[in-house]
Design a protein around this ligand. Structure first.
Ligand code: NAD
Ligand code: UFG
Length: 336
């Protein structure tokens, strides 16, 4: 299939492009480089030995996107492009609503006009809010506690409404848990702007001594050691989940929703321990106050994705820590 990958220069997009090329799909990347560097696309080309058509374009630009749809004639779309920082979304909510929602509306309009009937959307475990029961199944109650999460919830509803009146479309909503790690080559990985918000890039920047120590946000949660528990999934496993989801869409399945997680939760202290083992010294940390809006525990029930698309994570926590560290060591300044 020929796949339009929006946000394909970003963290999850780059890893997915590699999996798609290895599965013999043809890809075209559209990214406005608002949170990525063109160097990331060159690295995908280096790993796959494939020339990748790339358009630096804002997906919200209808006319610009229409030219690309006319030229390229896609069979499917994977829509990664979006703004993703929870704290930033609280500060600039209108930009989050405008970017994440308008980009999706533009793509759906054009998908309809040009008969591109396979659509995969990057949703998030954040749509489960503060889960009442664990593990989290796809039919758990949905809620959002911040503007970023609300964009994901709105878009899921938009996709449901669109599907109701366009039932010949096939749509996969993928709810990612916490992607970490990097491609084993060490050529692509997560390259956050400024001081990282997320745990693992913070830990690896402490490990290369760019940051002095990790602040552990709270050790008074009702968890095994008091620190927050998440379902960390290797980004290459997550990427492979997209190939499997596209295969499912080829069977004319209609609208489907899958959790992409491992089913195992690790605490912040367990993550610190795993990284300390991989880097060969103790990662320094201090316990500080809880981060507002954080939940205690979040991990997936991955059964549905296993039963319906054959998805099962292959990498363990040690692999994730090794590959995240390999990327950080080889690229202390990211793609710069
Ligand atoms: P990322 O920021 O690395 O990648 C997103 C890419 O989209 C960036 O390259 C950015 O430049 C591009 N982009 C943003 N707005 C655009 C626009 N209007 N037009 C064109 N390009 C645009 O983020 P990521 O971690 O790779 O996340 C990809 C998707 O997965 C996002 O939708 C995110 O919300 C979702 N997601 C991420 C996580 C996570 O922890 N990383 C978890 C759940 C869901
Ligand atoms: N944490 C720290 N110190 C830090 C950063 C994080 O202790 O410097 C803790 C958090 O309190 C939490 C855990 O590490 O317990 C994980 O935090 P992350 O920020 O890495 O991840 P979140 O689960 O908070 O959120 C991420 C994405 C969201 C997405 C969610 C579910 O940032 O966008 O995963 O997919 F919605």
């Amino acid at each position: 299939m020929k796949i339009l990958v929006t946000g394909g220069a970003g963290y999850i997009g780059t890893h997915t492009c590699i999996e798609l090329i290895q599965a013999n799909d043809e890809i075209v990347i559209v990214d406005n480089l608002s949170n990525a560097k063109y160097e990331a696309v060159k690295r995908i080309e280096q790993i796959t030995e494939t020339k990748i058509p790339f358009y630096q374009m804002d997906v919200c630009n209808y006319n610009g996107m229409e030219q690309i749809f006319k030229e390229e004639k896609f069979d499917g779309i994977i829509h990664f492009a979006g703004l993703k920082s929870v704290p930033e979304s609280v500060k600039i909510p209108l930009q989050y609503y405008a970017n994440n929602i308008n980009s999706t509306l533009v793509l759906l309009e054009l998908a309809k006009k040009y008969h591109v009937k396979n659509f995969v959307f990057s949703s998030s475990a954040t749509v489960y809010g503060n889960p009442q029961t664990l593990p989290i199944t796809e039919d758990s109650p949905l809620s959002a506690t911040n503007p970023y999460g609300r964009t994901k919830l709105f878009i899921e509803s938009i996709l449901q409404d669109f599907y109701t009146c366009n039932p010949t479309f096939n749509i996969a909503i993928l709810r990612y848990f916490n992607p970490i790690g990097a491609h084993p080559s060490g050529l692509i990985g997560e390259d956050p702007n400024g001081i990282p918000n997320n745990l693992v890039p913070y830990v690896t920047q402490v490990a290369i001594k760019k940051l002095p120590y990790l602040k552990v946000n709270g050790n008074d949660y009702p968890t095994k050691d008091g620190t927050g528990i998440r379902d960390y999934i290797h980004v290459c496993d997550l990427a492979r989940g997209h190939v499997l989801a596209l295969n499912k869409l080829k069977t004319n399945c209609g609208l489907v929703i899958y959790n992409l997680g491992t089913g195992t939760g690790y605490s912040v202290l367990e993550i610190i321990h795993a990284f300390s083992k991989v880097v060969g010294f103790d990662i320094p940390y201090q316990i500080v106050a809880r981060r507002p809006g954080d939940i205690a525990t979040c991990y997936a029930d991955p059964t549905k994705a296993y039963q319906e698309i054959g998805f099962k994570a292959k990498y363990n926590l040690n692999d994730m820590a090794r590959d995240a560290w390999n990327w950080q060591k080889k690229n202390p300044k990211g793609y710069e």
